[in-house]
Design a protein around this ligand. Structure first.
Ligand code: AMP
Ligand code: MG
Length: 428
């Protein structure tokens, strides 16, 4: 009673609310930093056939075991020549050359060229000894059985790729941490590198908590909803090149969640608990995570919208995440925290996300000291530019994400963005 007299009831309500809010909220970069300080780069690698290595993370530096090309090749269809034989040639005063050979694809030439001689050659064909250039077929004219006119002079090296011009023996070609792309696989097999050492794929356990959740195959009873997050998370994990392991849905019950989380931690390299990450009586994730192993919860609460009730933890050397249940928050926080952690574990150096520049179509309000992610649709303008149109919707709506092409970030220190501002949109 004495307490009530000293505080207005409004203040009291405020005090009660505050005691249930997240304290020690960190900015997203600080939060990630705190987590990554506890996450070691892992060395585990495995050898896989190059043909199967798309999107895998190289676990070692690769240098070239050979020169490429291994022989001098023509880049055009035409005639291999000694460049000096064509010097001064013009349409009016062509150089006459004797065709002494035809270089077949996949074969060495039959003979070397002497002065005044040439050999028919196709793109990719091997240059004969003695030849140092190729006159393209359009700049020649056949006269008689085995003679051509070269209508233009070529310089030594013209229309020829030299041995090792693409890559030389010993050249560093791909660094450790590189995420292999289709062209990388092409380059590796061109050099005969048919197997590479890559980071082992990580197993990521997903535990979805919530009394209201049912599996998607099930018809939800009134008040129930289908589990979305297990599936969006699994898809993002796959995109990142790893292996999701769905534990299923669990009620908001400490023992049930704890058992599921512990089993997931045992069986996986990383664990994500979806939902229950806030501070109400039903929100058990922080407590569960803290009991899984040391050091436990490192961050609880991030100055982020959507995604404030995010938990970052390390338990017995494995990263554990408590992501907010709201499907949009869940995806945003995966991107901001889980994805970089998986990259750290594998040593992956990911290229920056693809962004486009667009003009904001309307004002966006935000609070300073908070990073906001706003879903936007991109619309082409008549002048060729793009408009970024915010797709507003209450944050629980998965279809706001489906209707959006990307997200834009309202930075921590901005109180909002004005219509007409040029913004960078990170594409999905
Ligand atoms: P919570 O993080 O537990 O407070 O949940 C926030 C909101 O997200 C609630 O409306 C939940 O019903 C919803 N939610 C929680 N988990 C999931 C899930 N796995 N799939 C879809 N929605 C969910
Ligand atoms: Mg919940």
């Amino acid at each position: 009673m004495r307490f009530a007299r000293r505080s207005s009831s409004a203040e009291l309500r405020g005090a009660v609310t505050t005691s249930r809010e997240l304290f020690n909220v960190r900015t997203p970069p600080q939060a990630l930093d705190v987590l990554l300080q506890h996450v070691p780069a892992r060395a585990d690698g495995e050898e896989v056939p190059t043909r199967d290595a798309l999107d895998r993370v190289l676990a070692e530096d690769v240098s070239s075991p050979a020169d490429l090309p291994t022989f001098r090749r023509s880049t055009m269809d035409g005639f291999a020549v000694r460049a000096a034989d064509t010097f001064g040639a013009t349409e009016g005063l062509p150089a006459y050359l004797e065709v002494v050979d035809e270089v077949l694809m996949g074969h060495a030439p039959n003979r070397a060229l002497g002065t005044g001689e040439c050999a028919r050659i196709a793109t990719g064909g091997m240059l004969p000894d003695g030849a140092d250039a190729v006159v393209i077929v359009e700049q020649t004219q056949e006269v008689g059985q085995a003679t051509i006119e070269a209508l233009r002079a070529v310089a030594p090296g013209e229309n020829v790729v030299q041995v090792g011009e693409d890559v030389r023996t010993g050249d560093p070609i791909l660094p450790r941490g590189h995420v292999l792309r289709p062209q990388d696989l092409g380059g590796l097999v061109a050099l005969g590198v048919t197997a590479v050492r890559v980071a082992r794929r990580l197993r990521v356990g997903i535990v979805s908590g919530g009394d209201e959740l049912v599996a998607p195959e099930q018809a939800p009873a009134p008040g129930q909803i289908r589990d979305i997050n297990s599936y969006t998370l699994a898809a993002m994990i796959r995109r990142d090149g790893h292996v999701p392991c769905l534990a299923g849905v669990f009620p908001d019950d400490y023992d049930a969640l704890e058992r599921a989380a512990r089993a997931a931690l045992e069986a996986n390299d990383v664990v994500i608990l979806s939902a229950g990450s806030s501070v109400s009586a039903r929100d058990m994730t922080a407590q569960v995570v803290d009991g899984l192993g040391k050091p436990g919860v490192l961050v609880h609460g991030v100055s982020l919208k959507p995604g404030k009730p995010t938990i970052l933890a390390v338990c017995s050397d494995k990263p554990v995440f408590g992501l907010p249940g709201n499907p949009v928050s869940c995806m945003v926080t995966y991107d901001l925290f889980v994805s970089p952690t998986l990259a750290r574990l594998t040593g992956a150096v990911r290229p920056p996300r693809r962004t486009v520049s667009a003009r904001l179509s309307r004002n966006i309000a935000s609070a300073t000291g908070r990073e906001d992610y706003v879903q936007v649709r991109l619309e082409g303008r008549a002048d060729g530019g793009l408009d970024a149109v915010p797709v507003f919707g209450k944050s629980n709506l998965i279809f706001t994400l489906i209707r959006a092409d990307g997200m834009l970030k309202v930075p921590l220190d901005a109180g909002g963005l004005a219509a007409g501002a040029q913004v960078e949109v990170v594409l999905f």
